[in-house]
Design a protein around this ligand. Structure first.
Ligand code: TYD
Ligand code: MG
Length: 450
C-alpha cells in the first residue's frame, strides 16, 4: 500500500519541498511553507485527470438576469456613492484602516441608520457590550430595537448566526479577532483570517445578508493578514487620513458592484463622523500667503478639491540632505527634486526639503507634481506665487508639464472659491481661466516673481 505522504509548498512562490523549513530557499520568504497531504502518493492534479464530469454551459443570451436587488442606504449619501449605490444584499465589504481612525464609529452610525428599517447585528470581538453601548449612546445610535449587539470571537458561531437569516446586515469588528474552532493557530494568523472569512462569506451568500468586515492595517498601510482577503470580498473600502484631527477619506479600492473612483470625506466631531460639505473652503481657511505655499486643484475620486501644499527648504547642517513628505509619496518627491535640479538648474544638493499636504490628505493624483515642484522652488527662492493662482499638472522627467484628467472640474472648483487663474498644462480646448505652461522651467520663470 502506498502511504500518504506530504509536501511543503511555499505560499509565496509555489515551490515544493520535501522537508519543512522556516524560510523558503527559493524566494527567501519566512514562514511561508504550508504542508499539503498527497494521498496514495498521487498529487491532486494527477488524480484529477481521471475524475470530474463534463459541465453543461448555457449561452450568455439565455441567462436570466436577476431582478434588480435593492441596496441598503447607509444614511450617508457620499458613502452610498462610494459603494456604488448602497450596500448590496449578500455582498461582503471589507473596511480597512488604522487603529483609531474611526472604523467602529462609522459602522455604528451606519448600523443605527440602517436599523431604522432593517434588522442589523453588530458583532464585536474587540469591545464589550458596555463599551459599545457607551459609544452608541454618544452617537445617538441606541434608539432602535432592530440594532442588536453581541460580543463574540467565534467565526463558527457568527457564521451560524448569519445563516439563521434573521439579519439583513451583519457588521463584524474585526476580522483579526476571529477564530475557528478546528484551526489550531491563534486569531490574526493567516490561516485563521482566511478560513474565518471564507466561512462568513459563504454564510453571507447563502442567507443573502450583507456583511461588513473590519480589517486592521499594518504599519506599511496594507491590510493585515493575507492578500487573498482582498480577493475574497466584493468591496474593499480604505479609511485613510490623520487619526488626530484633519480629514478622513473613505474610498473603494475594489468594488465588484460599482466604480472605484469615488471618495467620501469625513471629519470626526463630538457626535461621530460627519461629512465635510465644502472641503476646499475648509482646507484653505487657515492659509497664510507665504513662500512655499501653493494651492493645488486635485481630484478626490471624481470630486474636485483645492488643497494647500507647503514646502520648506532649509540648508543642510550635517551629512546628507533630508527629504520628508507628509501626505505625498517620498519616492515621487525625490524624483521631482531630481527633475528640478536637472531641468531648472535649481540647486537643492545642500538643502533639506520638507513637504506637507494640509488637512491630513494623502495625494495620489499625478496632477500634484507641478504644485509640489513649484512649492519647492518657491520656498527655495523665497518667491511667492500670486494669491489668485491654483496649480495642477503632471511633470515628466524632461521637465515637461503633461496633461491630466478632469481639467474642467478642477477649473470649476477654483472659480467657485474665488481664484483668478490656473497654471495648468496646455489644453486642447482653449479655456480662458487657464494660463498654460508647457515646461517646469518656464512655469518658474514666468510665475514665481514677487
Ligand atoms: P474608533 O471608531 O474606535 O476607531 P477604530 O475603530 O478605527 O479603531 O474611534 C476613533 C476615535 O474617534 C477615538 O479615539 C475617539 C474618537 N471619537 C470622537 O472624537 N467622537 C466620537 O463621537 C467618537 C465615537 C469617537
Ligand atoms: Mg474599533
Amino acid at each position: 500500500m502506498v502511504k500518504a505522504s506530504s509536501v511543503f509548498v511555499c505560499q509565496q512562490c509555489g515551490t515544493r519541498f520535501n522537508k519543512w523549513a522556516g524560510r523558503c530557499e527559493n524566494c527567501g520568504e519566512w514562514n511561508s511553507l504550508v504542508e499539503q497531504v498527497i494521498e496514495g502518493g498521487k498529487s491532486a492534479v494527477a488524480k484529477s485527470a481521471s475524475k470530474g464530469r463534463v459541465l453543461s454551459p448555457q449561452t450568455m443570451q439565455s441567462i436570466a438576469a436577476d431582478e434588480v436587488v435593492d441596496r441598503l442606504a447607509t444614511g450617508v449619501a457620499d458613502l452610498d456613492t462610494v459603494l456604488g449605490g448602497g450596500i448590496l444584499a449578500g455582498g461582503v465589504i471589507l473596511l480597512a484602516g488604522q487603529p483609531g481612525i474611526g472604523k467602529s464609529t462609522l459602522l455604528l452610525q451606519v448600523a443605527s441608520s440602517i436599523a431604522r428599517s432593517n434588522s442589523v447585528l453588530y458583532v464585536s470581538g474587540e469591545e464589550s457590550a458596555s463599551q459599545v453601548k457607551l459609544r452608541a449612546t454618544r452617537l445617538g445610535a441606541d434608539a432602535t430595537d432592530d440594532l442588536e449587539f453581541i460580543a463574540s470571537t467565534s467565526a463558527d458561531d457568527i457564521a451560524a448566526t448569519i445563516r439563521a437569516g434573521k439579519h439583513k446586515l451583519v457588521i463584524i469588528d474585526s476580522i483579526q479577532t476571529l477564530a475557528m474552532e478546528d484551526i489550531a493557530s491563534a486569531p490574526g494568523t493567516v490561516s485563521q483570517i482566511t478560513n474565518s472569512s471564507n466561512a462568513i462569506i459563504r454564510a453571507a451568500k447563502e442567507s443573502s445578508a450583507a456583511v461588513i468586515l473590519v480589517g486592521h492595517v499594518t504599519k506599511e498601510g496594507s491590510i493585515a493578514g493575507p492578500k487573498v482577503l482582498e480577493h475574497l470580498v466584493d468591496v474593499v473600502l480604505q479609511f485613510e487620513g490623520d487619526r488626530y484631527g484633519g480629514f478622513k477619506v473613505v474610498r473603494a479600492i475594489k468594488n465588484r458592484y460599482g466604480s472605484t473612483s469615488e471618495a467620501a470625506i469625513f471629519e470626526m466631531s463630538e457626535s461621530g463622523l460627519e461629512i465635510v460639505e465644502n472641503p476646499s473652503a475648509a482646507l484653505l481657511a487657515e492659509r497664510h500667503d507665504a513662500d512655499g505655499s501653493v494651492v493645488l486643484a486635485t481630484l478626490e475620486g471624481t470630486r474636485p478639491l483645492l488643497v494647500e501644499i507647503q514646502a520648506l527648504v532649509n540648508p543642510t547642517n550635517f551629512g546628507y540632505p533630508k527629504r520628508t513628505a507628509s501626505g505625498f509619496d517620498l519616492n515621487r518627491l525625490n524624483l521631482l527634486i531630481a527633475v528640478l535640479e536637472r531641468r531648472t538648474k535649481l540647486d537643492l544638493s545642500q538643502s533639506d526639503v520638507y513637504i506637507n499636504v494640509v488637512g491630513g490628505l494623502k495625494l495620489v493624483d499625478p496632477a500634484a507634481d507641478l504644485a509640489i515642484s513649484m512649492a519647492i522652488a518657491s520656498a527655495a527662492a523665497g518667491r511667492k506665487l500670486a494669491t489668485g493662482a491654483v496649480v495642477f499638472g503632471e511633470v515628466g522627467l524632461g521637465g515637461e508639464v503633461r496633461s491630466v484628467i478632469g481639467a474642467d472640474r478642477r477649473v470649476a472648483e477654483a472659480k467657485k472659491l474665488g481664484f483668478t487663474y490656473a497654471l495648468a498644462p496646455t489644453q486642447s480646448k482653449k479655456n480662458a481661466f487657464i494660463k498654460p505652461v508647457d515646461s517646469l522651467r518656464q512655469a518658474l520663470i514666468d510665475h514665481l516673481k514677487q
